[in-house]
Design a protein around this ligand. Structure first.
Ligand code: FMN
Length: 211
């Protein structure tokens, strides 16, 4: 007999997780300093084997986005060559200005630790979702973004990455944009039977429900 997991607060939590999350408006307002601090503070609650805090963050807001854009464009040229179509340059530059503010996510593992690097990177990855959830809960638009140039030297240089650090994208933040064509999550979003198996005492694998 398992726990029923019932509870009004828990249901509300799960509903919140399932609810559609707005993205930030391109020309919206950035979060104020206190809100930004609260969001990043919330991100530090992620699971973290050994308490290593193998992550760090770089805030890019307002005029800082210009340098971000320049690094993305330089990264594009490094990756694909100097002659790039104007549209490709505009597209990657636009990523820096897609929101009033972004929090770049940097996995910063300690390779000398007993905790495997992959676990540390997993912890760092959790911070992105935590930032999205915390920002959404505070009424901000939030979405995790990336680009093909994360590993390019100009981008690594902008974020001052050590050789063993990795940029894991960034979370765009700001006042929420109205929902576009993005539909609400479907009532039954995934077929759990297709994703989950259970190893029972009898060694037989079954679905999560009919074990
Ligand atoms: C590491 C990572 C990078 C992502 N990069 C992008 C991106 O560059 N562009 C994009 O549209 N979505 C990207 N996504 C997906 C969005 O964050 C988001 O999940 C998607 O827009 C669906 O919205 P929802 O999560 O609110 O349903 C990325 C997600 C992750 C985890």
């Amino acid at each position: 007999m398992g726990l029923s997991g019932e509870g009004a607060a828990g249901e509300e939590w799960i509903e919140r997780l399932r609810a559609p999350r707005p993205e930030p408006a391109r020309d919206g307002s950035p979060p104020d300093d206190r809100t930004l601090s609260r969001v990043i503070q919330a991100a530090t609650s992620v699971p973290d084997h050994g308490g290593l805090r193998p992550w760090r963050f770089v805030v890019v807001c307002g005029t800082g986005r210009q340098r971000f854009a320049d690094a993305l464009v330089a990264g594009l040229h490094q990756l694909r060559g100097p002659d790039q179509p104007d549209a490709a340059v505009a597209k990657i530059r636009g990523k820096a200005f897609a929101a009033p503010c972004a929090v770049a996510l940097i996995a910063s593992p300690d390779p000398t630790s007993n905790v495997p690097v992959w676990e540390q990177v997993a912890s760092a990855s959790c911070t992105g979702y935590a930032i999205v959830l915390a920002a959404s809960a505070l009424g901000l638009g939030a979405v995790w973004k990336s680009a093909a140039v994360l590993e390019a030297d100009p981008v690594r240089a902008l974020f001052d990455l050590r050789p063993d650090e990795r940029l894991q994208g960034w979370v765009n933040l700001g006042s929420p944009a109205p929902f576009g064509p993005k539909a609400a999550r479907p009532e039954s979003p995934v077929d759990l039977d297709a994703l989950v198996t259970v190893i029972g005492d009898d060694g037989v694998h079954g679905g999560p429900v009919d074990r």
